[in-house]
Write a protein that binds this ligand. Structure first.
Ligand SMILES: Cc1cc2nc3c(=O)[nH]c(=O)nc-3n(C[C@H](O)[C@H](O)[C@H](O)COP(=O)(O)OP(=O)(O)OC[C@H]3O[C@@H](n4cnc5c(N)ncnc54)[C@H](O)[C@@H]3O)c2cc1C
Length: 393
């Protein structure tokens, strides 16, 4: 009997945790789990605003994190997913065959249709380009104006981090709605105080164009900008749509409540790449706060389904979101289960502590996938016999 080959794509926030936990839930003599990812160290996307501001932080070796978990590791850039051929094609042409695929390839910054963004704005898309932007930033003259376009979570974290690390520069955050507009009134007040303290100017309005040295607003205002960052939102990794998975308007694979692709039943998708039904059927938002829950919940469900059982549906809900405001302040916004902000917030060092705990908590689970407790096929109901074949192929 050959072992069922499970490939997990993407060693980021959700993929490492999911791969480790999946391997602990599957009998080693029946199935193998291999994580395929582009870099030997984890991309710390949630810290990329720190990288842009010129900071360094410890990196996680993926091989070390997975050591002892039973997960195989292949470092390589995925060029294409061949769903019909059950293969993942790497840069250089190597093909890796799978029987089941778990996609955790995350998202990319959505550069949108605004003219000049591609040519003149930096975005937090990969380590090399962020490091290049950080160098340019460090070389700017005193009082030079830096503009961050986008008043969402990433734009706020980026603007505050740069303002704190480079107090000699002048930072503007430009966005169509006031930065942090979705937060509660107490949270917005705290944000306004943080912007004041850090000297960040807010410009509200639609950005029409980005030039080499200016941001042009739709109402004609011209904001001088020696360096411009674009933080206008995320899109799922384009490899999913290119493969032919059923995706939504943001490129996220449509999945059911067990993370299984609606169009390809041998594919599971988690994290930013997945459109997962949330409370009242509204899809969960992209983010580590939702991805963390998926990475914990998916492995058991995948193992159960591969063993022929019917997995319980995942009931995703929200708790809180935590926005860093430089190294000394943060904003913890409590949310209702369906994601609306409440008036409960935590700020300052206590919120900073929570933010660090989120980072370190994920590292801890990545390194400690839990005890070896494979889903036992003896528990599989008789009517699922047909699907049991999958794991025996
Ligand atoms: C600056 C910044 C700050 C953020 N802060 C927050 C926050 O405060 N709260 C929050 O909820 N969310 C935050 N996010 C979003 C958060 O980082 C993502 O939601 C989270 O990382 C998604 O996890 P994931 O596993 O789906 O994808 P990722 O963590 O992005 O992992 C995807 C993995 O796939 C790999 N990969 C991608 N393409 C390929 C390829 N072709 N071949 C091989 N490997 C590939 C990548 O290298 C990466 O390892 C932030 C994002 C940014 C950029």
């Amino acid at each position: 009997m050959s072992r069922h080959r499970i490939i997990v794509l993407g060693g980021g926030y959700t993929g490492i945790v999911a791969a480790g936990r999946l391997a602990r839930r599957i009998r080693e003599d029946e199935a193998s789990v291999t994580l395929v990812t582009g870099n030997a160290v984890r991309d710390e996307r949630m810290r990329w605003h720190q990288l842009a501001a010129g900071q360094r932080y410890p990196l996680l070796s993926i091989a070390d994190a997975l050591s002892g978990s039973g997960v195989g590791l292949t470092i390589g850039r995925v060029e294409r997913i061949d769903l019909a051929g059950h293969a993942v094609v790497l840069a250089g042409g190597e093909e890796l065959r799978y029987d089941s695929l778990v996609v955790a390839l995350g998202s990319v910054i959505d550069v949108g249709p605004v003219p000049g963004v591609h040519e003149h704005a930096h975005s937090l898309t990969d380590v090399a380009s962020i490091e290049a932007a950080a160098q340019t930033l460090a070389g700017l003259a005193d009082d030079a104006r830096v503009t961050v376009i986008g008043g969402g979570l990433t734009g706020i974290e980026l603007a505050t981090e740069i303002a704190e690390s480079h107090p000699r520069l002048r930072i503007t955050i430009a966005s169509s709605r006031v930065a942090g507009h979705w937060l509660s009134a107490p949270a917005r007040r705290h944000l306004a105080r943080a912007f004041d303290r850090l000297g960040i100017d807010s410009e509200v309005g639609r950005v029409a164009r980005v030039d080499e040295d200016a941001v042009i607003m739709a109402d004609g205002r011209e904001l001088p900008s020696a360096l411009t960052f674009w933080a206008g939102g995320f899109r799922a990794n384009p490899l999913l749509a290119a493969a032919g998975l059923d995706v939504d308007e943001r490129g996220r694979a449509r999945v059911d409540a067990t993370f299984r692709s609606l169009s390809h039943r041998d594919v599971w998708v988690i994290g930013d790449a997945a459109r997962v039904p949330g409370p009242d059927g509204v899809p969960l938002k992209m983010g580590c706060r939702t991805g963390a829950l998926m990475a914990l919940a998916a492995p058991q469900r995948i193992a159960e389904e591969l063993a022929g059982a019917t997995a319980a549906p995942f009931a995703g809900r929200y708790f809180a979101e935590c926005i860093s405001l430089g190294r000394h302040d943060a904003l913890l916004q409590w949310l209702t289960p369906d994601g609306r902000p409440t008036d409960r917030i935590v700020t300052g060092r206590a919120a900073r502590f929570v933010k660090e705990y989120v980072h370190r908590g994920n590292l801890f689970v990545a390194r400690h996938p839990g005890p070896y407790s494979p889903v036992r096929r003896a528990h599989v109901p008789a009517q699922a016999e047909g699907r049991r074949e999958m794991i025996e192929s």
